[in-house]
Design a binder for this molecule. Structure first.
Ligand code: ATP
Ligand code: ZN
Ligand code: MG
Length: 396
């Protein structure tokens, strides 16, 4: 099947610094889009479509694309990128895409788009990185938690998640507790190219989602009460879900991934200092494993309508820094973790109070485990003989 290309001249030219962000949002514009690209120079948008659109579809597509571009570009200013650490030029021996070798060795089994089972090499590597992240957690005496994979819709509603990230939500339901619905499903359920054929009326209303992050669960456990002891440090690992549409690619961007977080709750200075100490401790760890990376200011992938305001806010208040590991095979970088500060947002929304009655501040250090392993393999390859001594020894 050959894809149909549709080129749209953008009413507003897309500045270079926004091109990646616009491109990632184009993924959510229309189900017919297989691929979206902002042309170099930012004048046009090139869409690959499954089939040639009729004139009505075409104008609808153009309209939606122009809307995305306008809402992201109009009045945008280039946010200053602040670089806290730069080790991108740390020499690394490998330059190929590890995905090919991982697939060839059956180290990863793609179950569906964005969903992978991983084998022994990746699992051991992930466990090794987990050990390092747990050492970080231990250095803060972090209390361990285990959080559910599901999260009540009410929780996400209460922290404004629906407004900020609607596009990446994953919803959970079950058959209605109704014998007819269950019987019908048992007798007729089958999959076709659109998925399960069961009518939506067989399913219960949605009260639950798949959790998109780890630390929210801690804030909810602390909600509506004074913060015990005036400050809390906790750690947990959890499976997280973000539906990233056509942006889902290899182990770089998954629908279903794993995050380890170290979470700080308390007074502003405590949270900010802890985040900074964590960054410094991790700098030493990344040096030991030979990771080529950079830590720079960033923003969360807000939905289009919220994007400009929220991104500028995060940047102005230095709320988010990403650990961006080098991917030599594509001359780019990938966020393997982030250092986040939420000010007193969760404290206010969830009524978590400090001893003086003011809302608690929160921050978290979050690592993407699959991405960490992927970035390491992208820099060092699959053969342990090519790995830094420290890693080889730990995995021997
Ligand atoms: P990106 O900008 O790459 O989408 P993010 O800003 O959404 O990342 P965070 O919310 O800071 O990511 O999440 C913490 C970490 O979780 C990221 O640094 C990354 O390592 C990992 N992560 C986030 N989204 C995904 C995903 N879709 N697939 C795999 N790992 C992810
Ligand atoms: Zn977090
Ligand atoms: Mg990001």
């Amino acid at each position: 099947m050959s894809a149909e290309i549709l080129e749209i001249v953008s009413t507003l030219p897309i500045p270079e610094y926004l091109s990646g962000e616009v491109q990632s949002k184009l993924a959510y514009v229309d189900e017919a889009i297989l691929q979206a690209q902002v042309t170099p120079g930012g004048e046009r948008i090139r869409l690959s479509l499954a089939a040639a659109p009729d004139s009505e579809q075409r104008s609808r597509l153009e309209d939606k694309v122009q809307r995305v571009v306008a809402s992201m570009v109009k009045g945008a200013i280039k946010l200053k990128v602040q670089v806290l650490e730069d080790h991108l030029d740390r020499p690394v021996p490998y330059a190929l895409d590890p995905m090919e070798a991982l697939l060839a060795r059956k180290e990863v089994n793609p179950e569906a788009v964005g969903i992978f089972a991983v084998g022994p090499l990746l699992s051991r590597l992930i466990q090794f990185f987990e050990g390092l992240f747990l050492e970080l957690a231990d250095s803060f005496d972090a209390a361990p938690y285990r959080f559910p994979t599901l999260i009540p819709a009410r929780y996400l509603e209460r922290v404004n998640y629906f407004r900020a990230f609607p596009h990446s939500l994953s919803f959970v339901t079950h058959l209605r507790t109704d014998l007819d619905a269950i019987d019908h499903f048992a007798q007729h359920a089958a999959c076709d190219e659109h998925g399960l054929n069961e009518p939506l009326t067989s399913f219960a209303g949605i009260e639950t989602l798949l959790s998109p992050a780890v630390c929210y669960h801690l804030y909810f456990a602390l909600a509506d009460q004074p913060l015990p002891g005036g400050q809390v440090v906790a750690t947990a690992v959890g499976t997280c879900f973000r539906y990233e549409a056509i942006n889902l690619t290899s182990l770089e961007r998954l629908w279903n991934f794993t995050m380890r977080e170290v979470i700080f709750v308390g007074a502003k200075d405590f949270v900010l200092q802890s985040r900074e100490i964590a960054r410094q401790r991790m700098a030493a760890v990344f040096e030991k494993i030979g990771l080529a990376y950079r830590v720079e200011s960033a923003n969360d992938p807000f939905f289009i309508g919220e994007f400009r305001k929220q991104a500028a806010f995060q940047s102005a208040f230095q709320l988010k820094f990403e650990i961006r590991a080098r991917l030599p095979f594509k001359e780019s970088t990938l966020a393997v973790g982030s250092y986040n500060y939420h000010q007193d947002f969760f404290g206010r929304q969830l009524n978590i109070t400090l001893p003086d009655g003011s809302p608690a501040h929160t921050g978290c250090v979050a690592f993407g485990l699959e991405r960490m392993a992927f970035a390491f393999l992208a820099q060092y390859g699959l053969e342990p003989s090519g790995w830094p001594e420290f890693v080889r020894q730990a995995l021997a």
